[in-house]
Design a protein around this ligand. Structure first.
Ligand SMILES: Nc1nc2c(c(=O)[nH]1)N[C@H]1C(S)=C(S)[C@@H](COP(=O)(O)O)O[C@H]1N2
Ligand SMILES: [Mo]
Length: 166
């Protein structure tokens, strides 16, 4: 198998007028990852926010999450397994983004990004890093894994910002 899972080839489709162009509603819980699923025990899991001045704050599972001082405009999200993705810090604030760790009454399964994944519903799903382990706050924007490979820097599905130049 290549680094990209079979799910990227697509599945049955149902169009919906209330979704951005090219998006389809599914009732199942598809899995799309660029590599193998990391299995991280909660007692070894940690979450790190690194600021532009070199300050690092680290939380264990029970300690998650508190205020951080920053003047940064950009965030580079890091995941266990090495995946990264970038977005404006603004897009992570004010309840627009979540760190999800439960699903359907149980802990979030490793395939779906557990112990915890980022969820940014207003941007294309590659911005929603599974197995999230930290956020690096930056004064200058820095591309992540797919953005380095040509995906759009921002990824607004309403504007179909799939690739650089869209
Ligand atoms: N850590 C990590 N997060 C990731 C990915 C990945 O390969 N590794 N793939 C991204 C991409 S491209 C997509 S489309 C979504 C897929 O999320 P899903 O597996 O829950 O459908 O996860 C995103 N988050
Ligand atoms: Mo994706």
């Amino acid at each position: 198998m290549g680094i990209v899972s079979w799910g990227f080839q697509g599945r049955s489709r149902r169009s919906d007028q209330k979704l951005p162009p090219g998006q389809y509603l599914t009732d199942d819980f598809p899995v799309l990852s660029a590599g193998p699923t990391p299995r991280v025990n909660r007692d070894r899991w940690e979450f790190v926010v690194a600021t532009e001045t070199g300050t690092r704050r680290r939380w264990t599972w029970p300690e998650l999450l508190a205020d951080v001082e920053t003047a940064a405009d950009y965030a580079l999200v890091h995941a266990y397994g090495g995946y990264t993705t970038n977005l404006p810090l603004e897009d992570l604030l004010d309840g627009q983004a979540w760190i999800a760790y439960r699903y359907d009454g149980g802990d979030l399964a490793p395939e779906h990004g557990g112990p915890a994944r980022l969820l940014v519903p207003h941007l294309y799903l590659w911005k929603s890093a599974k197995w999230v382990r930290g956020i690096q706050l930056l004064l200058e924007d820095e591309p992540g894994f797919w953005e380095t490979a040509g995906y759009h820097d921002y990824g607004d599905p309403w504007r179909e910002q799939r690739y650089q130049g869209d």
